[in-house]
Design a binder for this molecule. Structure first.
Ligand SMILES: NC(=O)c1ccc[n+]([C@@H]2O[C@H](COP(=O)([O-])OP(=O)(O)OC[C@H]3O[C@@H](n4cnc5c(N)ncnc54)[C@H](O)[C@@H]3O)[C@@H](O)[C@H]2O)c1
Length: 322
């Protein structure tokens, strides 16, 4: 079976593609290798996949709808895992049109290609916990039924728009789909714009780290291997025709930002020089997933505690940065 994985040179995409290849599937990766962060990291991820049997990387902008449609058709892809996006909450303040391009036009291209193909039996796509918007610290876990009509950033708004476009395509064309609301994913080969990654770089360089929201934030830090379990578990269980299901995919054990920093300091064997700053526009205080819906479908059980996951990340980071 051929699976198309968009964003395959990205953090989550590389790990998902690798898992599929290791279980013997053929994977066609699609990525534009943009410079939102160091493209050398994307090239290295692609090279890792290209060393595995059954993989092919196609360099393409997803917003080029005819090109992506031709690819899905010519590969006779039975499944598409759509992970390409312009990610990042803070970047969306200064670069709004990057989100329109990759997350709106890009998502529409994927929908059109899948609905026009007579082979595509399941489209799994990435959404984000950011669709839930603001919630008081210490609040309840987010549930898929919760209202999601007040996104706090343009990034979140485009991710919610993607979910709604998918619902429309499921009902208009019957295309079976699953949307996954990821909660702060971390681990080896991670994204340099994320806090745990940039804190690691700065702590090792002896530079101060900036802690927004005076550190009074909490996140569900979800280890990449657990995320891949969830993505593949959902991919293997397509919904009925006409359905667009939504799932939270997180760790469901929220950790305060200061606790995360202390675990990271232990993994690095160094103390951070901390500078406390107010909340940034668009940031949310706490995100934490109710994962019962995903558990019921796939038996999903996040396994990696943050101490172990950050040790794995630090070991990879030391190798990557020499
Ligand atoms: N990592 C997280 O914590 C997290 C949390 C919530 C949601 N998500 C979502 O999960 C998905 C994967 O995230 P990630 O952390 O791997 O991000 P990433 O930035 O590492 O990967 C995304 C990839 O998509 C590619 N891309 C962007 N625009 C493209 C376009 N127009 N055409 C082709 N390729 C394009 C980029 O080059 C990049 O390699 C994204 O949809 C993101 O919004 C991630």
């Amino acid at each position: 079976m051929t699976v198309v994985v968009t964003g395959a040179a990205g953090f989550v995409g590389m790990h998902v593609a690798e898992r599929l290849l290791r279980r013997g599937e053929r994977v066609v990766g699609v990525d534009v290798f943009n410079d939102y962060y160091d493209p050398a990291l994307k090239e290295a991820r692609a090279a890792r996949l290209e060393g595995l049997k059954g993989f092919r990387m196609v360099r393409m902008d997803l917003a080029d709808a005819p090109a992506f449609e031709a690819l899905v058709r010519s590969e006779a892809a039975a499944r598409v895992v759509h992970l390409a996006a312009q990610a990042g909450v803070r970047y969306s303040i200064d670069h709004p049109f990057a989100y329109q391009h990759s997350n709106l036009a890009g998502h529409l291209s994927v929908l059109e290609a899948c609905r026009r193909s007579d082979r595509c039996e399941h489209l799994v796509y990435a959404s984000s916990s950011s669709v839930y918007g603001q919630r008081p610290l210490g609040g309840q876990a987010f549930r898929e039924e919760d209202p999601v009509d007040a996104p706090a950033s343009l990034y979140a708004a485009t991710k919610r728009a993607g979910e709604l476009m998918s619902t429309t395509y499921a009902s208009l064309y019957g295309l079976p789909q699953s949307g996954l609301r990821f909660f702060t994913v971390y681990g080896p080969w991670g994204r340099p714009d994320m806090a745990y990654y940039s804190f690691t770089r700065k702590i090792l360089a002896g530079e101060p780290i900036e802690i927004f929201g005076e550190g009074r934030m909490a996140r569900d830090f979800t280890y990449i291997d657990d995320i891949v379990d969830g993505v593949v578990g959902v991919l293997d269980r397509p919904p009925a025709e006409g359905e667009n299901r939504l799932f939270n995919i997180g760790d469901s054990r929220p950790v305060g930002l200061m606790e995360m920093i202390s675990i990271l300091e232990d993994a690095l064997g160094r103390k951070a020089d901390k500078v406390f700053l107010p909340m940034q526009p668009g940031d949310v205080r706490t995100t934490y997933a109710d994962i019962s819906r995903l558990k019921a479908l796939t038996g999903y059980e996040p396994r990696a505690p943050l101490e172990q996951g950050l040790r794995e990340f630090v070991a990879w980071y030391r190798g990557w940065c020499g």
